[in-house]
Each structure stands twice: as structure tokens, then as C-alpha cells.
Design a protein around this ligand. Structure first.
Ligand code: C5P
Length: 310
């Protein structure tokens, strides 16, 4: 294996088109039903060849450069697998350029880990079956498995069961992040039985996508919406600004705090985005990324190196 040049790999963020929390489990996690969607907002990983066994990461957000970084932990898990196979693992230095805001409900850290899982086996000389990668992904975090499938998918269990769906038709998105952190664990703990759902909304959206019919109205629900809007005034305030800026249907992504709206026309999306920017809000204009496009973006980057590999 001769891997000589840096490889740039994109790590797309996600939004939750639906997110239903079904109930608390004995292991402390919650069962979910969620339709998730990759979007064009993305981080970039530069994967540099390093001496055998050396694994390191630097990030342009200083506090994410530590040993806890999920992309580095993904690299360590793959290298451990290669060694368990009795082979020598290669090395990698990861440079991580963050664009997706952290702790935002957009899966940024999870997507970085998945980008590493999708690209490093080939570069480090591992031969991992998909089910094995999925196991590593689920151990790293509940949102990580989805990003191995990407596109539009129905996610259940605590996040480890991912059923690909036909892609949501292309949409523009406007995202806005209230200036407040919502720790995921705390958001789950704040839910009461009345916030729990049965998964019927996610099933209805999945069914509409499977039959290529328009999304039925009223099913894009999020179990965290009520409690997060109630407990974090900055979220409610931003919600109202988003509405004043022209968004009609506003949704919370993950456990927040990021809000998003879908648009079919760029001019409508851009007008809302400009008003939010003018009001000083942290806001992004993005679009949906279909499964094939998301996965091809990674494999195309690896293609040049593959031709040099054994
Ligand atoms: O899996 P991850 O580390 O991303 O989860 C962060 C926290 O969110 C967990 O410690 C747990 O408190 C909560 N969580 C949950 N049920 C899930 C996913 C996450 O309760 N399905």
C-alpha cells in the first residue's frame, strides 16, 4: 500500500425531518424513530499519511483537537481492528476543518467520525465488513450509524438501526442557530411522558417517500420542540425571528438548538436567509444531499489513492 498524498473527505451535516422519542430504555438511552437527511453544510477532513501506528488529529476549533474527538476515536478503532487481524496498521494525521456548528443538533461530530470510518479502512489497510463498521459507529455515538448510509433514512433503536429511504426530493434549507447550547443528555432528561410519541409520524413520512408522494402535512414533528422552546428562551426568540423573516414551517433539528425550514425555490430561501443575517443571526443557506452524491463525494476522493494501493 502506497498512500502518499493528503485526501480531502467531506463530512455532511444532517437535519431530522422527524424525531420521535418513543420512551426511555433500561440502559438509560431512549428508543427513537427519526427520518434523517444529509445536507450540504459540511466539515472537511484532510487525511495525511503518517508513520505506521501514528494516529493524530488537529482541528481549527482548538477545543475539538483533543483525544475525545470522535474522528480520532474512529481512526483508533479501525487501527485496533487491523492489529487484531494480526496485521500492521498504517498511520494517519487528520486535519479537521469545522464549518458545521458544534452541539447544534446537526450531527457534525458524528459525521466527522463517519467520514473517517468510510475512508480510513482503505487507507489504513483494513478489510472491514459493513456490519462491523456499523458496530464501531454505534459505539462512537447514536447519530454515527446514519452517516454511513447518508441521504434520507429511517433511523430507529437508539440510532443504530438505519433503513435507507428513497431520497427526499431536492430542497433548499435555511438554518439558524440560537446562541445557546442544549446538551443532548439534558434535553433527553427534560422530556416527560407527554413528549413521547409512537413513531407514527416518522412511519407516515417514510411511507410517503417510499411511494414518491408529497410529504403529508403535519408529520414533521420533533419530540424535543415543546420542552426546548419552553426551557431555552433564546430558542423561542429565534423561532419568532425566523417566522418574521418569512419562514412558514419551522423545525427543530435533533435536540436543538438549530432551527431549519425547507424551501423549493432558492429565491424564497435566500430572502429569508438574508433577513436573518441582517438581524445578526448565525444562519446558513444549504441544500439536501442525496445518498449517492454523499457517498460518491467520499469514494471519489479515495479513487486516486485506490489505484496506488495493493
Ligand atoms: O449516543 P450519544 O453519545 O450521542 O448520546 C448522548 C446522550 O444523549 C446519551 O448519554 C443519552 O443521555 C442521550 N441519548 C438517549 N437516547 C438516544 C441517544 C442519546 O438518551 N437514543
Amino acid at each position: 500500500m502506497t498512500w502518499t498524498r493528503a485526501v480531502f473527505v467531506p463530512a455532511f451535516a444532517k437535519v431530522n425531518l422527524t424525531l420521535e422519542v418513543l420512551g426511555r430504555r433500561d440502559d438509560g438511552y431512549h428508543d427513537l424513530a427519526s427520518v434523517m437527511q444529509t445536507i450540504s453544510l459540511c466539515d472537511t477532513l484532510a487525511l495525511h499519511p503518517a508513520p505506521p501506528g501514528e494516529l493524530s488529529l488537529t482541528c481549527d476549533v482548538a477545543e475539538l483537537s483533543g483525544a475525545d474527538n470522535l474522528a480520532l476515536r474512529a481512526a483508533q478503532a479501525i487501527a485496533a481492528d487491523v492489529r487484531a487481524d494480526g496485521r500492521a496498521a498504517g498511520g494517519v494525521h487528520i486535519e479537521l476543518h469545522k464549518r458545521t456548528p458544534t452541539q447544534a443538533g446537526l450531527g457534525g461530530g458524528s459525521s466527522d467520525a463517519a467520514a473517517a470510518l468510510l475512508s480510513l479502512p482503505q487507507l489504513l489497510g483494513a478489510e472491514l465488513a459493513l456490519h462491523h463498521l456499523l458496530r464501531i459507529a454505534a459505539a462512537l455515538g447514536s447519530d454515527v450509524p446514519f452517516f454511513l448510509t447518508a441521504g434520507t433514512a429511517l433511523v430507529t433503536g437508539r440510532g443504530e438501526r438505519v433503513a435507507p429511504l428513497p431520497d427526499l426530493p431536492p430542497h433548499w434549507l435555511v438554518l439558524v442557530k440560537p446562541q445557546v447550547g442544549v446538551p443532548t443528555g439534558k434535553a433527553f432528561a427534560a422530556l416527560t411522558a407527554s413528549d413521547h410519541a409512537e413513531g407514527a409520524h416518522s412511519a407516515a413520512v417514510a411511507d410517503a417517500l417510499s411511494h414518491a408522494v408529497a410529504l403529508p402535512a403535519g408529520h414533521m414533528v420533533n419530540s424535543f420542540e415543546q420542552s426546548v422552546r419552553r426551557d431555552y428562551p433564546a430558542v423561542e426568540e429565534t423561532w419568532q425571528h425566523f417566522r418574521s423573516a418569512g419562514a412558514h414551517e419551522i423545525h427543530l433539528s435533533g435536540s436543538g438548538p438549530t432551527l431549519f425550514a425547507l424551501f423549493t425555490e432558492l429565491t424564497a430561501a435566500a430572502a429569508v436567509w438574508r433577513r436573518l443575517r441582517a438581524g445578526g443571526h448565525a444562519s446558513w443557506l444549504a441544500h439536501t444531499v442525496a445518498r449517492e452524491a454523499a457517498l460518491a463525494a467520499v469514494s471519489a476522493q479515495l479513487a486516486g489513492e485506490a489505484s496506488q494501493s495493493t
